[in-house]
Design a protein around this ligand. Structure first.
Ligand code: C5P
Length: 234
């Protein structure tokens, strides 16, 4: 198998704090932008043959800076994203083209703590013929449904429930077709690519994600990630 990689980094990161701090994929953890750590993992992974990074047009200078601070990789290309994550992914898939690529891994730039073991687990499933592979972690907390007034209305069974992570991996042509079909129906609100595969009727295989593979969403997440990397460096 040969894997193209799409890294979506075109979000504005409004949830991470005030806009002056900039999008979270460019905030510093361990002395470098988040995106550098994410890129380096794929640069070091032998099965990644081409990497497309999807950025916001306003972030060209931030992206160039991140590239300069990442491991050298002459397979990285860049394209512009759109208003929703789903649209940004489709732009990345189109940029990837199908030049010799059998599969694609689609990853959020804001998850810098992926590890090579997880990538290998995902690749093994693709190798065995899976159409779509989703790394996920079983939900550990007891789940409650609450009402608008702040009262618990129900305890929800967590049996069989998982938190979805990225990178999510697919055979290239079927996921490109599914994304294209989703776009043509006018839907732009799918929050992950496995959901598009499910919608298109592709079987999605679960593999063990990693508890370390956190999504950096808030200012607090960035601070924790920074502390983690600084601790590891000691
Ligand atoms: O918004 P959300 O937390 O789902 O973002 C997940 C990833 O998708 C982030 O890496 C973000 O940069 C990216 N994204 C994007 N284009 C958008 C929205 C999000 O590339 N319009």
């Amino acid at each position: 198998i040969s894997c193209g990689i799409v890294i979506v980094a075109a979000g504005r990161g409004e949830r991470a704090g005030s806009p002056k701090d900039g999008p979270k994929q460019y905030r510093a953890i361990g002395g470098r932008p988040v995106l550098c750590a994410t890129l380096d993992i794929f640069t070091l992974w032998a099965k990644a043959t081409r990497i497309v990074v999807v950025i916001h047009p306003d972030d060209a200078a931030l992206f160039e800076n991140a590239l300069r601070l990442s491991l050298p990789n002459d397979t990285i290309v860049v394209t512009h994203g759109h208003a929703t994550r789903q649209q940004s992914v489709l732009a990345g898939l189109r940029k990837l083209g199908d030049a010799g690529i059998s599969h694609v891994l689609i990853h959020d730039a804001v998850r810098p703590f992926i590890d090579a073991d997880m990538l290998d687990r995902i690749a093994d499933e693709l190798q065995s013929g899976a159409e779509a592979v989703l790394p996920a972690v079983a939900v550990a907390d007891t789940l409650k449904r609450g009402d608008a007034g702040g009262h618990v209305t129900e305890t929800v069974s967590r049996a069989g429930l998982y938190g979805a992570q990225t990178p999510q991996a697919f055979r290239f042509q079927p996921i490109l077709a599914a994304h294209t079909a989703a776009e043509s129906t006018g839907r732009a609100d799918f929050t992950d690519d496995a959901a598009i595969a499910e919608w298109a009727g592709l079987p999605v295989r679960l593999v063990a994600g990693s508890p370390d593979n956190m999504k950096l969403t808030t200012q607090r997440d960035i601070a924790m990630a920074d502390e983690k990397l600084n601790r590891t460096a000691l």
